[in-house]
Design a protein around this ligand. Sequence first.
Ligand SMILES: *Cc1c(COP(=O)(O)O)cnc(C)c1O
Length: 232
Amino acid sequence: MITYEEFTQNLANVQLRMAEACVAANRAVGSVRLLPVTKNHPIDAVHYAYQSGLTAVGENRVQEAAGKCAQDAVSPVEWELIGHLQSNKTKEAVAIFDRIQSVDSIKLLKRLDRQAGELGKCLPILLQCNTGEDPNKYGFRVAEMGAALDAALQLDHLQVDGLMTIAPLDDDLDVASAAFDRLRELRDHLSERFSVALPELSMGMTGDLDVAIAAGSTQIRVGTALYGSRGY
Ligand SMILES: *Cc1c(COP(=O)(O)O)cnc(C)c1O
């Protein structure tokens, strides 16, 4: 695990990249939020983020996040789930996470709604869309998104904040850029068709955050550039 000093230097570098990407895209610096991804790092990663003013963290596994939440004196951050959720883990996920970004099936929508209802809460979610049509990625297909949003809007205990995507793994940034443009266009289309605001576009990671910001990202999810490699 890196030191806090190394972390603050990495954070400054990421914030500079974000600011430069905003300026290049004629967007207000500060219109993009940084979600530090603490998966596969110890609880210190969460403390580092909180100490430097970041108030939410991303985790991709329910079990790992549960373990971190259960530790003593854990920083009071919001927890966002960004990894695929198995339907037998929805109960625990709803109890732990403040938002679930990786909702990728109608079955999952229904289970999350039921569990949130049982806890008497309204759970913020994002619908994950596989806009890059990557066979290795989870997410609704673009053609399924209308039905997915329609279903989500009928559920009382879920609140759809927007959309999320993960670009296909590809050295060519144009591939990521196209996937991000597609998510923004899809959001614009769905927002008009269903007359709902879908303000959040969660897209961009260490390797492609600059093109994501150019395409309209409102939240980038960054692990490696902040904490170093995860060793897998
Ligand atoms: C791990 C992960 C990230 C962060 O990836 P880095 O390349 O380390 O910045 C972002 N989003 C999701 C969904 C992830 O699983």
